[in-house]
Design a protein around this ligand. Sequence first.
Ligand code: SF4
Ligand code: SF4
Length: 311
Amino acid sequence: MGTDRLTTYRRLSQIAFILLVFLMPVLNILRIDSDTHELILFGTSWSFGIQPELYADRGASSAFHIALQVFLKGILPWLVFLAVFPLLGYFTGRLFCGWACPEGALFELSDFLTLKLIGRRDLFNAHPNDPPQAKGNRPVYGTIALASALIIPLAGGVALTGYFVAPATIWSQIVNWQFTFGVKAGIIGVAIYMLITSIVVRHVLCRFVCAAGLMQMLFGWLSSRSLRLNMDVSRISACTDCKGCDRACFMKVSPRKNKRDISCVNCGACIVACNKELGRGNGLFHLGLGSGQCSLPEENCKNLQPKTVVQ
Ligand code: SF4
Ligand code: SF4
């Protein structure tokens, strides 16, 4: 994968995950049935599968059967679910945050629109890594920002409420403009949360609050094989000090420090910026499994010593 395509693939991956989040309750892949209070998983109702008469039977075999079902259908799935982010962190660092998380994508969009409107990422303060001359056509970007601030949080509210109330029910309430308290509270609550975090908090939430991010951070940090950003220190003299890498980083990491930074989400924006400055494949950064190895982008790996390239 070349650096030109790195950003494109990252955006496609973010869009695909957002679509998945929207479609999972609609396609009955994952949601709670509000009538039966059961979990719907891939179209089937996920219950313990214990017949009522088994509870009445005080025999050892019934007790064993109940315990086994609770373990297999209650505890084990939770353990698997809770293991997802530590495992992701162990093998891919915070790749999920940079390539899939819908909140991360929303915060990047907010950064982009704020840059275009007032020339800095943060609404309240300027930061050393704000890209210069980033302002754009204010009426155009102002309209896009306003539309985004209205549509995206409400759409997010509808999507997430769909995990707890049947999407068909929500849709019919929207069409008839008559809402039950639960649906109204779900949509408005999520929308307010999304609006506030995307305007005020943004990546501070990713760095210090998000539990999924913190688990990936911790296990990525502990792992010697996790995917991470590396720098080709043997060519450090090629650096022009353009600061493009620092300015590209919305997580406020300083890529040139070449230290494993737990805030890095492996987005590759600094790789793209450095390749732009030094020429295709000549940039100083790459993503690798563990330190000193190179996995992506291919054009950067080719410029490294062959022994450091992972196929
Ligand atoms: S250091 Fe580079 S790869 Fe890591 S978050 Fe910042 S821009 Fe993305
Ligand atoms: S983008 Fe590359 S050349 Fe520019 S400051 Fe960063 S490491 Fe140096």
